[in-house]
Design a protein around this ligand. Structure first.
Ligand SMILES: NC(=O)C1=CN([C@@H]2O[C@H](COP(=O)(O)OP(=O)(O)OC[C@H]3O[C@@H](n4cnc5c(N)ncnc54)[C@H](O)[C@@H]3O)[C@@H](O)[C@H]2O)C=CC1
Ligand SMILES: O=C(O)[C@@H]1CCC=N1
Length: 269
């Protein structure tokens, strides 16, 4: 999608921290004009200030899109500072837990809203975002939401808003699980006699290499796992621990994803 309408009507980014900055970098790299972007943030970073975007407290009227990238706990306070949203503006929220109904309560029933859940690999163009819109949003506005998030990675569309807490548990929070896997794998290496720097190098390269292999083959993760596992060998010895039905990865991840999804539901209630 070309961003010509967006460049003409403008785009407002409310909150430009980690996620807002990742999105902004993606838009600018895909042809959004810096002059068309207004960032509203009480503490813009030096990086944001250097991008040539407008930094202000007031938004242009009727922009093509208003992106909400403040913490859910700050959302209500942050929204009251905005002028009324007009019908043709797409409101795209990336906040965990903030429901479409909450946003409609604050912004008005007829507001076109797409709720999404991206993740931090967006900072290197490798994000994955899920989106779901309210009844007011037009197909063109859903396409625009997809293009805005597509500037920093891939996207999926959800059938119902209720699914977004599960997305938060799997991919929104998911990068943290993988980073913790790297930390834990490196620690396990030092426990087996490696120096900390060598263990960290091996752990990080293994996760990066395995992810790249999974991304560049037609084989399923199950097949790839089996390819590493020689009969009677070392991998199967490790997998016996990791695939333990009670204490292994599957149960641990089910519990972790459930905790994240439940916390998302709590934030929304
Ligand atoms: N960090 C992550 O992995 C992900 C975060 N999210 C969601 O993205 C949103 C932003 O998260 P982060 O970027 O991590 O947080 P952050 O703390 O890095 O950024 C929040 C920004 O909002 C600004 N801010 C505070 N009060 C404001 C106000 N009244 N008006 C305008 N701006 C204000 C802050 O100065 C800061 O720059 C949250 O709602 C979070 O749930 C979604 C997916 C992944
Ligand atoms: O931890 C959080 O609440 C946010 C939402 C998904 C990832 N980070």
């Amino acid at each position: 999608m070309e961003f010509s309408d967006l460049n003409r009507r403008g785009l407002v980014l409310l909150g430009c921290g980690k996620m807002g900055s990742a999105l902004l970098a993606g838009w600018l790299s895909k042809g959004v004009n810096p002059d068309a972007v207004t960032v509203i943030d009480p503490a813009p970073s030096d990086w944001v200030k250097a991008q040539g975007v407008r930094i202000g407290t007031s938004a242009p009227s009727n922009p093509a899109a208003l992106i909400l990238a403040v913490k859910p706990q700050m959302m209500a306070d942050a929204l009251v500072q905005l002028p009324p949203i007009e019908g043709e503006t797409l409101v795209l929220s990336i906040a965990a837990g903030t429901s479409i109904a909450t946003l409609e309560d604050i912004l008005g029933e007829g507001t076109a809203i797409v709720r999404s859940m991206p993740n931090t690999p967006a900072a290197v163009g490798k994000g994955i975002s899920a989106i779901v819109g309210n009844n007011t949003v037009t197909p063109e506005q859903v396409d625009l939401a997809e293009a805005l998030l597509g500037a920093v990675g891939d996207t999926v569309r959800l059938q119902t808003e209720a699914q977004i807490d599960a997305v938060t548990g799997v991919s929104g929070s998911g990068p943290a699980y993988v980073f913790h896997l790297i930390e834990a794998l490196a620690d396990a290496g030092t426990a087996q006699g490696l120096s900390a720097p060598v263990a960290m190098k091996l752990a990080k390269a293994t996760v990066i290499g395995a992810a790249a292999l999974a991304d560049n083959t037609d084989e399923t993760p199950t097949q790839l796992r089996e390819n590493v596992s020689s009969p009677g060998g070392t991998t199967l010895a490790a997998l016996k621990v990791l695939m333990d039905p009670e204490h292994g990865f599957p149960q641990l991840l089910k519990d972790a994803v459930k905790a994240a999804a439940n916390r998302g539901r709590e934030l929304g209630s």
